[in-house]
Design a protein around this ligand. Structure first.
Ligand SMILES: Cc1ncc(COP(=O)(O)O)c(C=O)c1O
Length: 362
């Protein structure tokens, strides 16, 4: 028996997807490969609600973090930092030698449109980067409100990390006007880790033409040139592409709206469960994520022990984001635990795991 994963990535992968990974290899310069690659494009565009190209990189999502900075920022970039992942991304931009300005929030808070507006009005930025769904704190920021602000700053590229929300929450890339929207496979897409997808706008490609030193592996112009021929610039992980094809078919079969509703229902249930059992949410009111709940451990349960015990029953759970809990502990504050409800998990499965946790609530 394996532990069914209720952690915020990698998420549980269904057997029929795992079977796809075991298919015999094919050459990546064959018509069979090109047909496989071409078959992925329409489903990906529908998933992102976009007519933009959706590039595929057989790396994890961080690859597109790096691609977006190295290809679309010459010098000045604005980052919203409201959790561990947005902080890491800003550090990556610094490591790439870019001049980074941060809008900083305390943990558990969402990115606010008015702060973005103010920061963009005060600086000459080439791009604004933000994480839609901060996996470390279970916070989802309001893309629609931020979109209105971005439209007031048309010279600034908008780059959104939707790593833990794409395929769980509706993100209408074209309507919102997102230039680069990137995601990893091992979250709400419910695939094994190892590929990432990103929708890239025409103006982001245009911008890339002006940037020097894009490097090789994550050069979006090289990826685009190959993409147009239904190829990749180098040997991709072909098993992942088979798995993605199957998963896109499964998603279509479920229906996007049904998939988003399932995530919402799981989110609402988990938050109500937390409240009913005497916990409070760590995430800011009104900004709770529908793919992962970050709950303040108000009852001071021993989650390290619970995690161990539940693993004997076949549940893989999370005892909170390590660095966040360390910091909270040092400050004498309540630590957190997370219940992920993303990917192909069902409400019944969430009910099973919460019932198992309940056994330890006194
Ligand atoms: C919001 C967010 N962004 C980025 C990452 C990094 O993605 P990857 O591990 O696929 O590189 C993660 C990983 O958990 C994440 O949750």
């Amino acid at each position: 028996m394996h532990n069914k994963l209720f952690i915020p990535g990698p998420t549980e992968v269904r057997k029929e997807i795992l079977d796809e990974l075991a298919k015999p290899q094919i050459g990546h310069r064959t018509q069979e490969f090109r047909d496989l690659f071409a078959s992925l494009k329409p489903g990906l565009k529908r998933l992102f609600y976009t007519n933009n190209d959706v590039l595929i990189s057989t790396s994890s999502g961080s690859g597109f973090w790096e691609a977006s900075i190295r290809c679309c920022v010459n010098k000045k970039v604005l980052h919203a930092v409201n959790g561990a992942f947005s902080k890491k991304w800003a550090k990556l931009s610094e490591d790439c030698g870019r001049e980074v300005t941060k809008i900083e929030y305390s943990s558990g808070k969402a990115v606010k449109a008015e702060d973005v507006d103010k920061a963009l009005s005060n600086g000459n930025f080439e791009a604004f980067c933000m994480v839609h769904n901060e996996t470390s704190t279970g916070v989802a920021s309001d893309l629609a409100a931020i979109s209105s602000v971005m439209k007031k700053h048309p010279d600034v590229l908008w780059i959104v990390d939707a790593v833990s929300s794409l395929a769980g929450v509706k993100i209408e890339v074209d309507k919102l006007g997102i230039d680069i929207c990137l995601a990893s496979s091992q979250k709400a897409l419910a695939l094994p880790a190892g590929i990432a997808v990103a929708s890239i706008s025409e103006r982001a490609f245009k911008k890339a033409e002006t940037v020097q030193g894009k490097g090789y592996y994550f050069d979006i112009l090289q990826l685009k040139e190959a993409y147009d021929k239904n190829e990749t610039p180098y040997t991709p992980s072909i098993p992942h592409l088979y798995a993605l094809k199957k998963q896109l078919e499964r998603i279509e079969k479920e229906g996007l709206e049904n998939r988003f509703k399932r995530h919402k229902d799981m989110g609402v249930y988990t938050r109500e469960w937390a409240k009913k059992n005497g916990f409070t949410m760590f995430s800011e009111e009104g900004c709770h994520s529908d793919t992962v709940s970050c709950i303040a451990n108000t009852k001071k349960l021993d989650f390290k022990m619970i995690k161990k015990e539940l693993s004997k029953q076949g549940f893989g759970i999370d005892s909170g984001y390590g660095k966040l809990n360390e910091k909270l502990e040092k400050e004498g504050k309540l630590t957190t635990f997370r219940i992920a409800h993303m990917g192909d998990l069902t409400l019944d499965e969430i009910k099973e795991v919460t019932a198992a946790i309940e056994e330890y609530i006194t």
